[in-house]
Design a protein around this ligand. Structure first.
Ligand code: FAD
Length: 452
């Protein structure tokens, strides 16, 4: 009885799986009765062989998933943090990826994304209070990587807002200043910028700043120029680091958009991070009220505290840039055919891909540990500098190999690798060049300072 039921069940299943439309089309091409008669004469093994042949012909070769996280580091995240990572990934893939090539080409910023960006509720990732998420530095790093995996400009915009600008206020502002600015910046209702570099002073900012701040009865008067300041052309508030003419110390000032004597000119003609809007700021007798001096920024040491915190994030950004290029290039090599085969099946192409993945995996393991140190309060300048040097150097290598395995299409924006190649150049230089970060590590390991 049970056997009969089984047969009925199988027959029912078979009947349900019949595509009658296809059957009808087939019957117009061949004599179905003849085909069925032919089949009935086949023995079991012949029938199995025939089914196998038909299956083999239909089945596409299953390729492994493209995954730049080869050592599955995401397994070390809590469920909650993994959910944030996937939320950022989805946002970047759905909302940002379709826009970036066009904005990059036109050297423009997609302002329309800001409300959706704000909904992610990510700004001020690690800060406690003021509406900020209060998450770990590891989470902050993962977010930077996920953003840069799709676009390094958007990751930089976020890094300036959430890290450099909000971080300066969080670490160096009075309670009143934090209350005034951080909740609005967290919601992205206020966009911030961070002005340290000058036209004639880049690497030597620690001792060389020339922008002056002169104390007056009601506040301060700022004079001089700042160059390369990200978000500055449209920022609502810019942190200006300037030297106090009285005591020679570097101090921080919150300069509001539209302040007389504060002029921003957009820097044009960049070949990297073209979506980031960088400004050349000219301060001409720019008056800042007493209350807008960052109350707890009293020397360059305070500026350096902010930079140490954000430098780790830049190393993660380099990882994201490398990961995006690697994953896109791998995808391309599996689809692109030459000599009748996918180029991914060639030994020399696989060699490039494996070299890229080795470096990428080493970088990810390194920044993961870097953030753990930061979360444990053990991060030193040289830790962050080593990660910045290693990751930005290896990223340059990975993006150039990604471009190489794509042949001519590697230099076309639409193939989603060319942008990474160009952007890696800016990541390589900002927040401390390779030389400056190497000098920081060199001093720490030898005990001798080679700074000039
Ligand atoms: C896209 C982009 C965005 C940026 N955003 C911001 C921002 O938002 N805010 C901000 O304040 N700044 C920003 N910067 C500035 C950035 O931090 C500087 O470009 C960087 O610090 C290097 O300074 P520099 O360009 O003046 O180069 P320089 O300091 O002139 O260096 C030129 C070369 O000399 C080398 N060098 C310098 N000193 C030494 C030494 N002692 N020993 C050995 N070699 C040395 C450097 O390593 C480099 O290779 C941005 C830059 C870029 C490109």
């Amino acid at each position: 009885m049970a056997g009969t039921f089984e047969k009925i069940k199988q027959a029912y299943k078979l009947f349900k799986s019949i595509d009658f439309e296809k059957l009808d089309k087939l019957s117009r091409k061949v004599d179905l009765q003849k085909v069925m008669d032919g089949f009935s004469k086949l023995d079991d093994s012949q029938l199995k062989g025939l089914m196998k042949m038909m299956d083999g012909g239909q089945k596409k070769k299953e390729l492994p998933e493209i995954n730049g996280d080869f050592y599955e580091l995401h397994l070390r995240l809590s469920e909650e943090d993994r959910a944030v990572q996937l939320k950022v990934r989805e946002f970047m893939e759905k909302e940002i990826k379709p826009l970036v090539n066009n904005y990059w080409l036109h050297d423009d910023f997609p302002h329309e994304i800001i409300p959706k960006f704000a909904e992610l509720n990510l700004c001020g990732v690690t800060y406690k209070g003021y509406g900020c998420p209060g998450k770990s530095f590891l989470m902050e790093g993962i977010i930077a990587m996920e953003m840069a995996r799709i676009d390094s400009s958007i990751a930089t915009f976020f890094g300036v807002q959430s890290g450099l600008a909000m971080g300066s206020i969080y670490m160096c502002g009075s309670e009143e200043q934090k209350q005034e600015w951080l909740p609005k910046m967290q919601q992205m209702q206020v966009i911030g910028a961070f002005g340290l570099t000058e036209p004639e002073v880049g690497s030597g900012a620690a001792g060389g700043l020339t922008v002056t701040a002169k104390r007056t009865a009601g506040g301060w008067v700022l004079n001089g120029q700042k160059k390369w300041i990200g978000n500055a052309p449209f920022a609502d508030v810019t942190i200006i680091w300037a030297r106090d003419t009285d005591d020679g110390q570097v101090k921080g000032f919150l300069v509001r958009k539209g302040t007389p004597g504060f002029n921003v000119e957009k820097i044009k003609g960049k070949m990297a991070l073209r979506i980031v809007q960088n400004g050349l700021i000219t301060l001409t007798d720019c008056v800042v009220e007493k209350k807008d001096r960052l109350q707890n920024a009293n020397s360059f040491k305070d500026t350096a505290r902010v930079l140490q915190m954000t430098r780790a994030g830049v190393a993660w950004m380099a990882v994201g840039c490398a990961r995006g290029a690697y994953e896109n290039a791998l995808d391309y090599t599996r689809k692109r055919k030459q000599f009748g085969k996918p180029i991914a099946s060639f030994q020399l192409i696989q060699n490039h891909l494996v070299e890229m993945l080795s470096n990428l995996t080493a970088m990810q393991s390194l920044v993961f540990r870097l953030s753990e140190l930061q979360d444990q309060g053990l991060l030193r300048d040289e830790h962050a500098s080593l990660a910045k040097v290693f990751c930005s150097l290896r990223t340059r290598d990975i993006v150039s190999k990604a471009r190489e395995v794509m042949g001519g299409n590697g230099i076309l924006l639409e193939y989603d690798v060319a942008r990474f190649v160009a952007d890696a150049e800016a990541i390589y230089s900002y927040e401390g060049t390779k030389e400056i970060n190497s000098l920081i590590v060199g001093r720490a390991i030898t005990g001798f300072s080679a700074f000039v």
